[in-house]
Design a protein around this ligand. Sequence first.
Ligand code: NAD
Ligand code: UDP
Ligand code: UDP
Length: 405
Amino acid sequence: MASQKDENIQVVGHERFGFDSRAETKTLRSLYLSPSANKDLDANSQNQEYGSQSTYDKASNTVKYTTLANFPPVRLLPNSERKRILVTGGAGFVGSHLVDRLMLLGHEVTVLDNFFTGSRTTVSHWVGHPNFELVRHDVVEPFLIEVDQIYHLACPASPPHYQYNAVKTLKTSFQGTLNMLGLAKRTKARFLISSTSEVYGDPEEHPQREDYWGHVNCIGPRACYDEGKRVAESLTYGYSRQDGVEVRVARIFNTFGPRMNPYDGRVVSNFIIQALKGEDMTVYGDGSQTRSFQYVHDLVDGLILLMNSDEERPVNLGNQDEFTILEFAEAVRDIVEKVQKEKGNPLAKRVNIIHKEIPQDDPQRRRPDTTRAKETLQWQPQWSVRQGVEEMVRYYYTQIEEKKL
Ligand code: NAD
Ligand code: UDP
Ligand code: UDP
């Protein structure tokens, strides 16, 4: 897991295609790291007071929430540049980071979410801001609003969650996407859907390019998600061809970062939580299956670039560094040990890596070919997996310390 470049990344985002998405990393960090953890990383941080405030009192076992009157400064955009942006699934892991960025950039953001896997706390630091609105709504039902851009992310993304109610996942993918496309058609908004590498299934081509049609079991346990996203893409291009809706399709590969639901069963959160709690790390199968992991800030960069570019074809967004799951488990264990030591709280003994049964239809290999994103968006990941995992370990470490986990 040699990192590409391990210096501190101070700014994320780009100014391209008439849309400036740049933001300081320390400002973004102040929105998800608690003040104490943030101070460790940035002693001069002026932004600490913006993070959500909850204080745990050990003696009474109570938690005190403070309503924030103070919002992080957002850019002042002229009316001609300020967009009305709808983010469905905006209270989820990826959505909340996208919302942070769009808000800091000075846009008007409406989050639509049914809180199935997302949580109000991921965006609570914006509630009350005049540019922000949070709506509890299920995309399966029609929705009326006037907007310029729609980022359609609403859909559970982790295998345990999307398999929990397979029929609902299919309805969300089909009916939910249909409704949001109907909304885009009526308002003439540009529409971006967060599709997935799962449209390639258990791929027979490696790495996966956008013109590969995939290898999906349409009746297996992953079908509700894989086929749901495939039909969502078909609908998207149907509305583009028939109704002239401006569409963008992001095929997202495994992504991780702070605010990932710690109990949603995905591999990065599972491994970090297990290692931090001193529990056995669970590798499914022999761990020879591979994945490529991208850090969430890189994905947000890519989504914003894609939305504002002219690229109508599907675009893979992912990191090209490929790991076997066993290698990844070992790397996460090392990083957790390093952070524990830094905090003066080393684990008594190394955690074990154990093996469990591999789930049915688990893809054997996955790595994006990101040539198209490089050529048409001039996008490529800037966070190494190691840098990203370290950020996420610090985030969960503080959450555990503050009894939020
Ligand atoms: P997440 O589960 O954290 O977020 C999904 C959000 O959608 C949640 O807030 C959830 O409450 C909401 N939602 C689900 N069903 C809904 C419905 N019917 N109506 C309204 N809201 C609903 O997952 P995430 O990782 O943030 O994923 C976001 C999007 O990105 C998803 O579309 C997912 O398919 C896609 N994606 C994510 C990854 C990844 O690795 N994180 C990879 C590929 C694709
Ligand atoms: N829709 C929506 N909001 C809108 C416009 C449409 O939720 O602002 C829904 C609408 O209820 C329908 C779907 O989007 O179920 C598709 O709309 P479209 O106009 O394409 O189809 P039609 O209503 O003609 O069947
Ligand atoms: N995995 C694992 N241990 C876990 C969770 C997942 O070994 O505790 C494996 C899983 O079998 C898969 C890979 O890690 O091969 C990625 O799993 P995840 O659910 O994160 O995403 P996806 O399978 O959708 O890529």
